[in-house]
Design a protein around this ligand. Sequence first.
Ligand code: F3S
Length: 395
Amino acid sequence: MKLTQPQLRLLDGHQGPIIQRLMRLLVRLGEVYGADHMLEIGSAQVSGISYKSIGDPGLEFLEDVAAAGVKVQVLTFLNPAGMDLRDWHSLGFPADFAVQQERIISAFAQMGAATSATCTPYLAGNLPCFGEHLAWSESSAVSFANSVLGARTNREGGPSALAAAICGCTPNYGLHLIENRQPTVAVKVETVLTSDADFGALGYYVGERVKDGIPYFTGISAAGVDNLKALGAAMAASGAVALYHIQGVTPEAHSVKSSAFESLKVGPKELESVYRQLNTGEQPDLYVLGCPHASLKQVFELAKKLQGKKLNKPLWICTSRMVKEMAAQMGWTKHIEEAGGRVVADTCMVVSPIERMGFKTVAVDSGKAANYLPSFCGQKVLFRSVDELLKQALS
Ligand code: F3S
């Protein structure tokens, strides 16, 4: 690989052994995938933040990096942690878990990362522009950045995103190259999608079939930000889709050069089959919305729906710290809390230790959460639209 003088200095150990190790990782990655140089990145987003996911070995590694005085070179956001970093106690998170989680966050803070802990950095102050190169690792955020914003990032692992954050660059391969952003599968949608859950169900169905391909959707006449984040998150969970195009909706859809790829049709029957497959429980002991993390608009809409009502079971709305603070400032949190719900920041139902908190069945409106809750958290799942879930929770 052709490296610049400053990049060579990182590699030859001038900045210390940890930076040398991280730069070696990036160079090796580039060599494996045929990159010929490094790209400067606009920002990094690092996954593997929850103590539940990385345990003591991950925590010790991060503390070693932080103790060496290493700092990030670009704006670096973090994926959700294992708990609400301020309200963990009142939400019932275990104290022994909280101690270790706080150490992880402190290590990142010492490195200069923004302790943002969200899977929707683009809704919380880190909005990349079209064509900007990134090193992000949360799969739903990668999908959103590539597909909806037209930015360019591979689906980084936690270590390679951290290496990119610290070295300020990433190898130019994969989705950084325009020629690799063409669709591989045409998906004709022959049903009306009426909720984020429907978009998630569609994403789940398509992701399972196209794996790491690039779908090109037709038949979706309109889709908002929340629909698109639900769609991309589910495709990245049941498959490994990191980029999709929707005719007339996403910014690179018009640059499709060929139609000579395989095709898939999704109608009401296919969507129904996903709901059947993902629904494994009936009576939830916890309702959790906000996967990916709820937008301000979603929190606003939920507050309106909950105002003056009473929930029959706990409800969490997972979101970023920025959205949580704005919701509190606007009085929306008060409506949610008076109904018996909570706005929960910095974490989500999948990366938090809910299995240790006594929950057995969780209700969600997210195809991604429905996919991971059984295997990551040992939960049964009720998967429905928000309106259907609220009807049950308010009855
Ligand atoms: Fe985000 Fe957790 Fe869903 S990280 S995308 S809310 S599983």
